[in-house]
Design a protein around this ligand. Structure first.
Ligand SMILES: [Zn+2]
Ligand SMILES: [Zn+2]
Length: 945
């Protein structure tokens, strides 16, 4: 038979070609699966929506991981006969995209304001198209079998309609509201951002200890502040002025002295004996002369600093809450770009850090700075531009999350949505229980503009599905739309249903595929996205958006660094470079088999090399099989079971056990283990043993078997092909390209076309059926017998290596086989071929009296003697060194005895009561075998004495 496979596997020759072919044939489309008879319209279905990558993002290993896991699931369910939809799309990524385009404009010396809102947005769309093409092409390189004809974008018409519908519905139910609160503010992006977009960064800072004078009977405070001096700082100060005459002080520590200017109270813990006597008194805020109360609040930590804290409701979340509890004024002392404003008095116009230095210097001059300590603390920074966040009071739109979070938690409690791994559930609950209202307005232009109009006459709000022309309250035409856009995550939160046609609940895809099956993502995005999809999905559709949340770990480099945006420029781990070097299959296989749900993995170039070698190993195996096939091949199914020899029965049994195990592992999300088992089967059993054993019949047609020559070959040929073909199906979700390339080269369509004419479903592996276990081929006896044969061969090979016997040199052997005499007699040809024994000098008897000069190998109750008495002229080992042989056997015996001791103590302990019966039984059998070996070794040692 002609061999269609080139000498070695080069991924570059196949991957892009195959992907294009799959896509052109429509195999990614669920309709095609029905057309091919692989699935039916009313049968089971399976759906996953691809997490939308940022349209401006470059492909990184995080994407590769997502693609590998999701495509693995998709291919599995497709082959299982589910009508399968893997829906791709991308995200407009509000702040990220706007920043990228603003940077581009900046190169031309322009700002978005120079262009104006409309022209700026048009510019972003131009860039979006460029970026979108790039990210799509890159994503395809990963082999994702998603239906590109259904691709969605968060700003496309359908999704924008979904966003509008969601907002209006929430508005009418009072679940979104406008309010003035403290929000996280990025002074560079000049926008509010959500809690999740704030990245804490450990910083070496300072703790400044300062004191405020207390007003009492002897002293009622300084005169009003002086006007600022010309041109700058410290205008309100003159040495000694603020503390002059004061007899009592309250001392506190702060990491942000510039916010002092917004202080409206000092707080202490009510039980703090150091300060209790001051509660209710008034302190003076130096620099401004503001009189502020000393209050008691449980939230104050007496262990921090001096136990007294300044309260700045406009610039700190905790202080804001204290302020609300005590009715304090919130004094905002900064502009939206973090400059000090007019309320900062003498510091107005300074930048926040400049102001910090001035305030510290002035306090020192006044003798009001008592000490400075180094202090490590976390500073919130903007996820997008890394600028320090400035909490800021501002008017924003919020989603009322409490009722939505309750429903989402209930869904997880009820098991309507299961989180894998389970331990992540605790994090989910903890976060949901402590959730704060979600700030959804952003002061940007790129995104879904908030569909609320304000009336200039009655100041009423109008929020409807269609753009209003008049105020809904007073009918005035003097209305204007909110300038802000919605947080990107608001539209991402609708993804599992907006992409399927919602709000049209009669849309065919929504009816067929919603709720979807899985949300698969990195665990660090659980709250950003999953929690919001759950909340919005349940509220808007009445159903949880998916049955399972599968969280994979983060990918790290060999050195353990998280691969994230900042790592994108590390060439070596750029997925496109990895694919270039090792192939997409190797990357996918490595990501899938090195990871455990929710645990991080290190990407290691040795693993990538190993995976690439594996693709080549499969290729070589396929080449071997193809070159040994003949036309007019007998299909395995038409061969009677009686014609199978031990290696056939063994490999068929192992294959079916593998199918069973892989199915179980897939259903329990243990994908990595499934991949490893398929690898071990193909490499360690099929290639290393079955192919080698099959050569006996393929190359040396046996005369002893009595069959005609051709018939003898037909059996291993059929088994070789069947096992390879089936294993390619199992491996396909992990390594789609090499398996498809091999499968295409196999002779007959290995499955009959399921329906209709032409090549039907048999034309591509991607639409082939997932194998089912054939219980009739499970054969425990064959597995045990083959295991014994292989152990014996391994033992002989080891001793050949030990004694430097020339590879390929056939040697004599005497085997005392006991009960296994007949079995090993039948395996004579295999033993001779694989252990390179001389058939004419091989004796297999129940018992044997060995000659003195032998090497002994014990396997169970089989003892094999190798009389390595070979002449130096033959270039072989000299006489067996009996002393060395005794030492070797003694050390073998010691090892066996250690294993016996371990096994005995295991069986004597809790294990025997607690482990399942069959596991205990297996341990007992193992112990019995070890004892047999021990006896045989002892016997042999005695003989050598
Ligand atoms: Zn920013
Ligand atoms: Zn009005």
């Amino acid at each position: 038979m002609t061999n269609k496979l080139s000498k070695t596997y080069n991924p570059k020759e196949h991957e892009e070609r195959i992907y294009q072919w799959w896509e052109e044939q429509g195999y990614f489309r669920p309709e095609k699966q029905v057309e091919l008879g692989l699935a039916s319209e009313d049968g089971p279905r399976w759906c996953i929506t691809m997490p939308p990558p940022n349209v401006t993002g470059a492909l990184h290993l995080g994407h590769a991981m997502v693609a590998a896991v999701e495509d693995l699931m998709t291919r599995y369910y497709r082959m299982k006969g589910c009508q399968t939809l893997y829906l791709p799309g991308s995200d407009h990524a509000g702040i990220a995209t706007q920043n990228v385009v603003e940077r581009e404009l900046h190169k031309e010396g322009l700002t978005r304001h120079d262009l104006g809102r409309e022209r700026f947005i048009a510019k972003v769309w131009e860039w979006k198209d460029i970026y979108h093409r790039r990210i799509t092409e890159q994503t395809k390189r990963l082999g994702v079998s998603c239906d590109w004809t259904r691709e969605r974008f968060t700003l496309d018409e359908g999704l924008s309609h979904a966003v509008r519908t969601a907002f209006v519905r929430l508005y009418k139910k009072g679940l979104v509201y406008r309010g003035t609160y403290l929000v996280n503010w990025c002074p560079r992006c000049t926008s509010a951002i959500s809690d999740l977009e704030v990245i804490p960064e450990e910083r070496a800072g300072h703790l400044w200890y300062i004191r405020y004078p207390i007003i009492n009977d002897d002293w009622d405070g300084p005169p009003p502040p002086l006007p600022p001096l010309e041109g700058g700082a410290g205008g309100g100060w003159s040495s000694g002025r603020w503390a002059e005459g004061a007899t009592e002080f309250i001392e506190m520590a702060t990491t942000r002295p510039e916010t002092i200017l917004g202080d409206t109270a000092v707080a202490v813990h009510p039980d703090d004996s150091r300060w209790r006597h001051l509660i209710g008194k008034t302190a003076v805020l130096p620099a401004l002369g503001r009189r502020i109360p000393i209050i008691a609040d449980e939230v104050v930590d007496p262990e921090f600093g001096t136990g007294a804290v300044k309260v700045t409701p406009a610039h700190d979340p905790t202080d804001n809450e204290i302020g609300i509890r005590h009715g304090l004024e919130a004094v905002n002392v900064m502009t939206d770009t973090a400059q000090m404003n007019e309320l900062a008095g003498p510091y107005a116009g300074q930048d926040r850090l400049e102001c910090r230095r001035s305030v510290v210097a002035d306090f020192q001059k006044e003798g009001l700075l008592t000490k400075v300590e180094p202090y490590f603390h976390a500073v919130g920074t903007c996820e997008r531009c890394h600028t320090d966040i400035e909490p800021r009071i501002s008017t924003q739109w919020f989603v009322r999350t409490k009722p939505l979070a309750e429903a989402a938690m209930q869904a997880v409690h009820d098991g309507r949505t299961v989180i894998v791994p389970e331990r992540e559930e605790h994090r989910f609950f903890h976060w949901m229980e402590n959730i704060r209202d979600w700030c959804v307005s952003r002061q940007l232009w790129w995104g879904h503009r908030i569909p609320v109009w304000y009336c200039d006459d009655c100041s009423g709000q109008t929020c409807e599905m269609t753009d209003p022309t008049a105020c809904a309250h007073c009918g005035s035409a003097n209305i204007h739309q909110d300038e802000d856009v919605l947080d990107t995550w608001f539209s991402s939160g609708l993804w599992p249903f907006s992409t399927l046609g919602w709000p049209d609940t009669d849309a065919p895809d929504f009816r067929r595929y919603y709720p979807t099956d899985v949300r698969e993502t990195a665990y660090d995005i659980l709250f950003f996205w999953v929690a919001r999809e759950m909340m919005l999905g349940i509220e808007l559709t009445g159903q949880t958006p998916y049955a399972t949340v599968y969280l994979h770990g983060l990918v790290r480099t060999e050195e353990g660094e998280k691969v994230s945006k900042s790592m994108e420029d590390i060439d070596e781990f750029d997925p496109l470079n990895v694919i270039e070097k090792y192939g997409s299959d190797a990357l996918r296989y490595t990501l899938l088999t090195s990871s455990t749900p929710g645990l991080d993995m290190n990407l290691d170039s040795r693993r990538l090399e190993g995976a690439r070698n594996f693709t080549n190993k499969m290729w070589q195996a396929a080449r071997f099989v193809l070159s040994n096939l003949e036309d007019g091949l007998t299909p395995l199914a038409s061969l009677p079971a009686s014609c199978f020899l031990l290696p056939d029965r063994w490999i068929l049994s192992r294959l079916n056990r593998l199918i069973q195990s892989v199915d179980h592992l897939f259903e329990t999300h243990q994908y990595g283990e499934a991949g490893r088992q398929i690898h071990d089967f193909l490499w360690g059993e099929y290639c290393d043993w079955y192919i080698e054993a099959s050569k006996v019949r393929l190359y040396e047609p046996s005369t002893s078997s009595g069959h005609r020559e051709g018939a003898d070959k037909a059996i291993p040929q059929a088994v070789l092909l069947h096992v390879l073909e089936t294993a390619m199906r199992l491996l396909h979700p992990f390594m789609p390209f090499v398996t498809e390339a091999i499968w295409q080269a196999l002779p007959t369509p290995p499955q009959p076309p399921p329906t209709g004419e032409g090549k039907g479903g048999g034309e591509a592996l991607i639409t082939a059926r997932w194998p089912e276990t054939d219980a009739a081929l499970l054969d425990e006896e064959a597995e045990e017998q083959m295991e014994l044969t292989m152990a014996l061969i391994r033992g002989i090979r080891n001793q050949r290596a030990e004694y430097n016997v020339i590879p390929g040199k056939r040697i004599p052997a005497l085997i005392a086989a006991g009960d296994a005499t007949q079995l090993l007699g039948m395996q004579r040809a295999v033993l001779c071929a694989l252990a390179k024994l001389d058939n004419s000098q091989l004796s297999i008897q129940p018992t044997i009296q060995p000659p003195a000069q032998v090497v002994t190998i014990v396997v169970g109750d089989v003892v094999c003697y190798l009389p390595l008495v070979l002449s130096e002229a033959e270039g072989l080992a000299a006489l067996v060194d009996l002393e060395a042989e005794r030492e070797r056997l003694a050390s073998e015996l010691a090892k066996i005895e250690a294993r016996i001791a371990r096994s005995e103590s295991l069986l004597a302990g809790e294990f025997a009561q607690k482990a399942p019966a069959h596991v205990v039984e297996r341990e007992r059998d193992k112990l019995a075998d070890l004892k047999t070996e021990q006896a045989k070794l002892k016997e042999r040692l005695t003989a050598l004495e």
